[in-house]
Structures are given as structure tokens and as C-alpha cells.
Design a protein around this ligand. Structure first.
Ligand code: MSS
Length: 368
């Protein structure tokens, strides 16, 4: 059911549209189901926020072009300012940014972590320099490197083992084909809340891999020793702690959900109802969306809406249904270009990661 929260937005996110957000904590803020809009792109002031630890001070945004990135594990290691990166190349990529824990709130075994429903996700246009251009400028990867390991710019409080708290994530280099280092989102300078001055974007990969305020990109032989890589964000069975023997949370799966109508407690007027939502394909584009008004018994193909912004973006969808007074369970199910469909049941795992079950994401409406 709807999560209600009267918590105020934290200072670094004060500019968000409060009515569109559910504030779980200062570091975890989600978009309401009915607040995604219908243009496809999620406005930044409605985009969710997830921080594993407190973000750096707003001071780092005073001169974003002076922010420094260290690049290592390449033939010619060196550092770049953002201003220097801006001279290396430019690319935009529209991606679904989605937290690995989105949908956790629907898991029956009550996994620990934020009880996200549908709103730890958004579709954003990121602009920056291709990682490939940075590799070209540094002589290419050193021999034998198989991961790109990115380190966040948060301050580690003294006395703590950095490994226990630092945000450092590794992705296989096969995943960085379309990766960029971004300084802009939806045509605006990247705000601190979303990783400014500079952020890694690995299209198609779950949120955690898109390291914010990135200060170091290393090409490495091993995955990061940080807990966030070794034990968190792993597909371990219920009751079992994550370890490197379980798959890391990297590539995303196809997923969709109905966004409207979904106003909590507001009955929908009987007659022709436009049922709309968003659908992502994961690693290939969203190709087909089906909608059910009776809890998944019967399905009808919906129309994809909005512009096609590439395979990593989501599409809007709409289905017109003539609804008499009564209760309806609205479900949606996407199939991507690879032919993979959103499953009925969630892939059970200890921390409730990557829930893309269409059944869990149904919304019940009252038509009067
Ligand atoms: N980065 C950094 N540096 N830190 C932190 O904490 N987080 C993650 C990413 N990155 C972090 C980073 C996560 S986890 C997510 S989702 C994302 O980010 C979010 O984003 P936004 O922008 O929305 O906030 Mo889960 O998978």
C-alpha cells in the first residue's frame, strides 16, 4: 500500500518537489507512483535519491570544473580536472537509473534496507565524456584488467575502516561500452544530490554501479575490497549473508509498472480510463507492454508512448479501458528486444534486490 511520510526533505534535497516524494530518510527519498509524469524523462526535482552514507559537503559544487578525477590501471595513469575531461569528448545517454532495492517493500520476508515500492527509479539524460575517450587519452587499459572500479568522493569519518563504509564499485569491462563520466543531467549541471560534480554512468547497470562524486576510476584485476562490493549487492538466498560466491548486482532486468491511475484513496470515474505507466527493457529496449485489469488473468497489448530514447531508456505506455464501477487490479508486463518478459514472481534473495515481478507491482483501483 501507499507509504505515507511527513518527514521533511534534507537540506541538500530541499529543491525537490516535496509533493512528489516519499522521504524514507535523509539518504533515501523515492518518487511517488503517481508522480513520474508522462513525458518519459523524469524531472530532476522528482528523481529519487539514494546515498549509502552522507553525501559530501555542498562546497564541492562551488567550482565543479576544478573537481579532480584520478585515472589508474591504464598505460599512462594521470589525473584530470572536469574542465580537462570536457575537452576529451562528449556524449549523451538516456538511462533508467534504478536502485537495486527498488521494489524491496513488496518482499514477504521483509528484507533489511529501505522499503522502496516503485519509486527508486527514474529515466534521465546524462551528458559527459565517454569512458572510452578517457581510455584513449591515457594509452588504454593496462594489461590484464577486467573491471572498472570507481570510488565515490565521500569523506570517510576518522576511526572507521574505509572498507566498511566507502562507496567503491567494480563493473566488468564488458559493461563499459556506453559508459560515460557525466557532469550534466537533463541538460542541467549535475546537482550534488545526483553525484555532481562528476558521476559514473554505466548504462543498463543497477543504480549502485553509477558512482557519484567520483574521484578515482581504476581499471583493476580484482573487484573492489569494499563491503559494498564484496558482501552487499549480492544475490544470496534468503537468510544467507552476501559473499563474492554469489552474483553481484550488475545488469538490470526488464520491468514495468502502472503509474496512473494510482492516486491513493481517489476513486476513478467509470467510463473510458487511460491506464499508463513506464517500461524498461534492461539490457535491450522495451519492445512490447501488455496490461491487465483483472490481476493478470487477461492481457491486452498497450501502445508505447513518448520518444524512443534508446535501449537504456524507459518508454511510456498507455491502454484505454472501458471500466464499469468496481475494483480493478492493474498489472503490466514488458518484453524486451531480446524476447525476455517481466516474470510473474520475484527472484527471491536475502536483501530483496532487483524485484521485477509484475504481480508485486500491481495497483488496485476503485472505479465509481
Ligand atoms: N555513489 C556514491 N558516491 N555514494 C552512494 O552512496 N549510492 C548508489 C549510487 N551511487 C551511491 C553512489 C546507489 S545504491 C544508487 S541506487 C544510486 O547512486 C542513486 O543515485 P541517485 O542519483 O538517484 O541518488 Mo541503490 O542500487
Amino acid at each position: 500500500g501507499p507509504v505515507s511520510s511527513a518527514k521533511p526533505l534534507p537540506p541538500y534535497a530541499k529543491w525537490k518537489d516535496a509533493d512528489s516524494m516519499i522521504v524514507h530518510s535523509a539518504n533515501t527519498i523515492e518518487t511517488r507512483r503517481n508522480a513520474f509524469g508522462s513525458s518519459g524523462i523524469t524531472p530532476l526535482d522528482r528523481l529519487y535519491i539514494r546515498n549509502n552514507i552522507a553525501p559530501p559537503s555542498e562546497d564541492i559544487m562551488k567550482d565543479p570544473d576544478a573537481w579532480k578525477l584520478e585515472v589508474s590501471g591504464v598505460k599512462s595513469p594521470r589525473s584530470f580536472t572536469v574542465a580537462e575531461l570536457k575537452s576529451l569528448g562528449l556524449a549523451s545517454v538516456t538511462i533508467v537509473l534504478q536502485c537495486s532495492g527498488n521494489g524491496r517493500g513488496f518482499s514477504e520476508h521483509k528484507p533489511s534496507g529501505t522499503q522502496w515500492t516503485v519509486g527508486a527509479a527514474g529515466c534521465v539524460i546524462f551528458t559527459g565524456v565517454p569512458v572510452k575517450a578517457v581510455l584513449e587519452a591515457t594509452g588504454g587499459m593496462a594489461d590484464g584488467m577486467v573491471y572498472m572500479t570507481s570510488t565515490g568522493g565521500e569523506e570517510i569519518p576518522p576511526g572507521l575502516d574505509p572498507k566498511s563504509i566507502m562507496v567503491e564499485r567494480s563493473v566488468p569491462v564488458s559493461g563499459i561500452e556506453d559508459a560515460i563520466l557525466a557532469w550534466e543531467a537533463n541538460g542541467e549541471p549535475l546537482p550534488l544530490a545526483h553525484g555532481g560534480p562528476l558521476r559514473v554512468i554505466v548504462p543498463g547497470y543497477a543504480g549502485v554501479n553509477n558512482v557519484k562524486y567520483v574521484k578515482h576510476v581504476a581499471f583493476t584485476k580484482e573487484q573492489s575490497p569494499a563491503n559494498i562490493q564484496q558482501s552487499s549487492y549480492r544475490f544470496s538466498p534468503i537468510g544467507v549473508k552476501g559473499t563474492p560466491e554469489f552474483d553481484s548486482i550488475w545488469e538490470m532486468d526488464p520491468k514495468s509498472w502502472v503509474t496512473l491511475p494510482s492516486d491513493p484513496g481517489v476513486p476513478v470515474k467509470a467510463g473510458r480510463v487511460q491506464i499508463s505507466g513506464v517500461a524498461m527493457g534492461g539490457m535491450s529496449e522495451a519492445k512490447k507492454v501488455e496490461v491487465s485489469v483483472n490481476g493478470g488473468k487477461d492481457w491486452q497489448e498497450a501502445t508505447l508512448t513518448g520518444p524512443d530514447l534508446g535501449k537504456y531508456a524507459w518508454r511510456g505506455f498507455v491502454l484505454a479501458a472501458d471500466l464499469k464501477p468496481g475494483k480493478y487490479e492493474l498489472a503490466s508486463r514488458v518484453t524486451n528486444a531480446d524476447g525476455t518478459s517481466q516474470p510473474e514472481m520475484r527472484k527471491e534473495n536475502n536483501r530483496g534486490y532487483m524485484n521485477n515481478s509484475w504481480r508485486d507491482h500491481m495497483v488496485t483501483i476503485d472505479v465509481a
